[in-house]
Write a protein that binds this ligand. Structure first.
Ligand code: PAF
Length: 286
C-alpha cells in the first residue's frame, strides 16, 4: 500500500499497535536494489508489519550535489517492496515533510566531522533530521540500516542513544555484485568503462584485509596499500581513505581494537563509498 500523508500513516500504525503488532522500518531514498531488498527481507522476518520510506531527502544534499539527478522510480520501488513483503511504502512529498520556516536542527557532533561528514558539510544534519522525523512518525520497534553507509550507522546509533529513542537499530551487511562492487543506487551513473574501474574500491579493501589478517598493525601501512592500488586506476580519484575506531570514528595510532576502514573514491564524476570492519578479537581467536 502506498501512503503519502503523515496523518494517514499514523492512523494505520495506531491500529497495528492497538493489535499489539510489532513494526519494522526501512528508511530509503528509493531506486531500490538488492541491498535495500536484504534490509526489507530481514525486517519482514523480524516484525509483524514493515514500512519502507521512499524519500529523496533534500536536506542531506549539498548545493552542488546530485539531489535533482538522484535516480527515482517509485513504481519499480513499489513492486519490489510488495514482492519482498513490506506492508506500506511511505512516499511523502518534500512539503509534507518540511515546513518552509522550520527552525529545528538535529546534529550529532564529533563523529560527523570525519569521513563523509568532513567532505559533505551538513550532510549528517540532514540525515539526522529526516531520520528522527521518520522515527517520530512511524515509531517502529526496529529500524534497519545498511553497513555500506558505516558512518551513517554510527551517527544514527549515537543519536538514538543520546536522545533515548526507544528503537532498536539493526545493521545489515553490505550486499555486493558478483564481482565485488558494493550495490548502490549511484552505480547507475557509471559508464561501462567506469563500472569496470569501480572494482578498484573492493579490490583495494580486500588487499588491506589480507594484510591485516597476516598481522599488519600499522594504520599508515594499511592505508598506503589501499591508496597505491586505487591510484593505479586512471579513472579513480581518492576522496578519502581512513582507518578509524569503529565506534568513535576517531583516528588510531596502532591497530589494537576493532576498526573501520572506510573509503570514498570518485570514478569519473561519480562518488562511491565502501568499507569493511576488522574485528581484532575474532582475528585473535584464529
Ligand atoms: O541511507 C539513505 O538512503 C538515507 O541517508 C536515509 C537513511 C534514507 C535518510 O534519508
Amino acid at each position: 500500500m502506498l501512503i503519502k500523508e503523515i496523518n494517514e500513516i499514523r492512523k494505520v500504525i495506531k491500529e497495528w499497535k492497538k493489535e499489539g503488532l510489532t513494526v519494522g522500518y526501512v528508511p530509503t531514498m528509493g531506486f531500490l536494489h538488492e541491498g535495500h531488498k536484504s534490509l526489507i527481507k530481514r525486517a519482514v522476518k523480524e516484525n509483524d508489519r514493515v514500512i519502507v520510506s521512499v524519500f529523496v531527502n533534500p536536506t542531506q544534499f549539498g548545493p552542488n550535489e546530485d539531489y535533482d539527478s538522484y535516480p527515482r522510480d517509485i513504481n519499480k520501488d513499489l513492486k519490489l517492496c510488495e514482492k519482498t513483503g513490506a506492508n506500506i511504502v511511505f512516499n511523502p512529498n518534500p512539503d509534507e515533510m518540511y515546513f518552509d520556516n522550520r527552525s529545528t536542527t538535529v546534529s550529532v557532533s564529533g563523529l560527523t566531522n570525519v569521513l563523509c561528514g568532513l567532505k559533505r558539510p551538513g550532510h549528517f544534519d540532514g540525515v539526522c533530521l529526516v531520520v528522527s522525523k521518520f522515527f517520530n512518525i512511524i515509531t517502529p520497534d526496529r529500524a534497519y540500516f545498511g553497513q555500506k553507509d558505516a558512518q551513517q550507522v554510527a551517527v544514527i546509533k549515537r543519536m538514538v542513544r543520546d536522545l533515548s529513542i526507544d528503537i532498536e537499530i539493526v545493521t545489515c551487511p553490505i550486499i555486493r555484485e558478483e564481482d565485488g562492487l558494493a550495490k548502490s543506487s549511484r552505480n547507475t551513473y557509471l559508464s561501462e568503462e567506469e563500472r569496470k574501474a569501480a572494482l578498484i574500491l573492493s579490490k583495494s579493501l580486500l588487499k588491506a584485509k589480507e594484510k591485516l589478517e597476516k598481522g599488519e598493525r600499522n594504520p599508515q601501512i594499511v592505508k598506503s596499500i589501499i591508496k597505491d592500488l586505487i591510484n593505479s586506476e586512471p579513472l579513480a580519484k581518492i576522496d578519502y581513505v581512513e582507518l578509524v575506531d569503529d565506534d568513535s570514528l576517531e583516528n588510531i595510532e596502532y591497530i589494537d581494537k576493532n576498526i573501520l576502514i572506510a573509503i570514498a573514491v570518485y570514478i569519473g564524476k561519480t562518488r562511491l563509498i565502501d568499507n569493511f570492519t576488522f574485528n581484532i578479537k575474532k582475528r585473535m581467536v584464529f
